[in-house]
Design a protein around this ligand. Structure first.
Ligand code: MN
Length: 283
């Protein structure tokens, strides 16, 4: 219940009271349907759909999508039917839940045979409403976050499927944070030793690099402002798996990966973009 309250609070920032009431009843519906079921972690099952909805609330998805997220496993795992969901929450929500359930099925039947690229295309084609894919990605993200609780022999398969199928989809949809977290979590389960060593190296290098990043950032901002360019400047750190990939593909040592930090400058149009580029070259 606490988690549900946190979810509603988060949504109250951008959803209407009517929508919040509907979410509240979807939560109760889901809790009742999953009653007596538990996650591998021992928590009541409903904590999972609530967490999935929470991830999507972070992306400010609409009320229908969040309602469907709360209900996304009821058709798979309980006696609830699509007709019941239609009656209680409307056709759109029922279609979303049905869409997610169908994706789960093709995963089960053909994940082994399908080549990753074909499989991704199939997933995207099957989910005519992009919200279905978003719910599926949030579902996978929460399952990856809680993978420790899953029996060891299943972890590798789930991690491989995540890095081959779901992370690239998140990347293609521009969901950068989800993409990076999916990749890094998969990396950790696929290659625990490499991930540990690399993570240590990054932490050690970070100490002195952080300062440099701050300085560079301040410099870029000042120069852009001096030249009248209105811009948003962000510094970012390359995520673990992308450092690993670069080392592997280009046969580099960690110390040779020079673009661990990157900067993103967002301006309002192409003209400003070229001016910003010129300013940077001048730095
Ligand atoms: Mn699920």
């Amino acid at each position: 219940m606490l988690e549900a309250e946190t979810l509603l609070k988060e949504c109250s920032g951008y959803l209407k009271p009517d929508d919040l009431a509907r979410l509240q009843s979807a939560y109760q519906f889901s809790e009742l349907a999953h009653h007596g079921q538990f996650r591998n972690s021992g928590e009541p099952y409903v904590s999972h759909p609530v967490a999935v909805a929470g991830i999507l609330a972070g992306l400010h998805l609409d009320a229908q999508a969040l309602t469907a997220a709360l209900l996304h496993d009821v058709m798979e795992d309980t006696a609830v039917t699509k007709a019941q969901i239609t009656d209680t929450f409307g056709k759109s929500v029922a279609e979303l839940v049905d869409g997610v359930s169908k994706l789960d099925k093709i995963e089960f039947e053909s994940a082994e045979k399908a080549q990753a690229e074909n499989f991704r295309k199939m997933l995207l084609a099957m989910a005519r409403d992009v919200r279905v894919i978003l719910i599926k990605l949030a579902d996978r993200l929460h399952n990856m976050r809680t993978l420790d609780a899953v029996p060891a022999h299943k972890r590798r398969r789930i991690a491989r499927e995540t890095i081959e199928i779901y992370a690239p989809i998140a990347n293609r949809l521009g969901l950068n944070n989800i993409y990076q977290e999916l990749e890094d979590l998969s990396f950790k389960y696929l290659y625990p030793d490499r991930a540990r060593v690399l993570s240590k190296a990054v932490t050690a290098a970070r100490g002195n690099r952080r300062e440099v990043v701050g300085k560079v950032l301040a410099n870029i901002e000042k120069r852009l402002a001096d030249n009248g360019v209105v811009a948003q400047v962000q510094g970012r750190e390359k995520h673990l798996h992308s450092i690993y990939n670069k080392m592997r593909e280009k046969h580099l040592s960690f110390g040779q990966v020079l673009d661990v930090f990157g900067f993103r400058i967002i301006v309002k149009d192409v003209h400003a973009c070229y001016i910003a580029l010129g300013v940077l070259h001048g730095l």
